[in-house]
Design a protein around this ligand. Structure first.
Ligand code: GAR
Length: 206
């Protein structure tokens, strides 16, 4: 009998290259302990939804703009997570800070990928290209990516994995973002998904 896999939901808002890295890692056997069974986007026009569709993964858009409050937005997401019996929530370019009400429901069951070496260039206001703009402005010679558990402090949960990436002469925020994705995010996010999925199924009853 095949072993149970952790049921994973990936929350996205944009292009979804990190979602793609997870999908590809499942196809190539890097992720064997978990299965992406749901993709939720906070943005109905995110290309990540198209990636989910192409991979045959059920996907839903919960438009933040159409919700009158954070509680309504999060309530809709929680309803989907419950419907799909989710064990692990992966934030992969999800551009909305989740409230303590939400994070408190899923201790050590939400992970996030952030495009810097936490605790540098993280917390509220540091997302997407802004992180790389800040790193270049500061003049750091090394940056990278971090996968961490999500708790009530933005980018403040326990670190699971990190990978460093060199900054090069002449880097633009776009060039640096792409290098950090290719050399760090797309590697450590799938690796962390496998690690945490494995831990979840080893703890759950058969
Ligand atoms: C990624 O670089 C991710 O680390 C970052 O947004 C990008 C999403 O790209 N996330 C944050 O900044 C969260 N604070 P993707 O949609 O192609 O995966």
């Amino acid at each position: 009998m095949s072993k149970r896999k952790a049921r994973i939901a990936v929350l996205v808002s944009g292009g979804g290259t990190n979602l793609q890295a997870i999908i590809d890692a499942a196809s190539s056997g890097i992720i064997v302990s978990g299965e992406v069974v749901l993709v939720v986007s906070s943005n109905p026009s995110a290309f990540a939804l198209e990636r989910a569709k192409r991979a045959g993964i059920p996907a839903a858009a919960v438009s933040k703009k159409e919700c009158s409050s954070q509680a309504e937005f999060e309530g809709k997401i929680v309803a989907l997570l419950e419907e799909y019996g989710i064990d692990l929530i992966v934030l992969a370019g999800f551009m909305s800070i989740l409230s303590e009400d939400f994070t408190g429901k899923y201790p050590r069951r939400i992970i996030n990928v952030h495009p810097s070496l936490i605790p540098s260039f993280c917390g509220e206001g540091f997302y997407g290209l802004r992180v790389h703009e800040a790193a270049l402005r500061y003049g750091v010679k090394v940056t990278g990516a971090t996968v961490h558990f999500v708790n009530e402090i933005p980018d403040g949960g326990e670190i699971i994995m990190q990978k460093a990436v060199s900054v090069r002469e002449g880097d633009t925020p776009e060039k640096l973002q792409r290098r950090v994705m290719r050399l760090a995010e797309w590697k450590i996010l799938p690796a962390a998904v496998e690690k945490i999925s494995k831990e979840i199924i080893s703890k759950s009853k058969p």
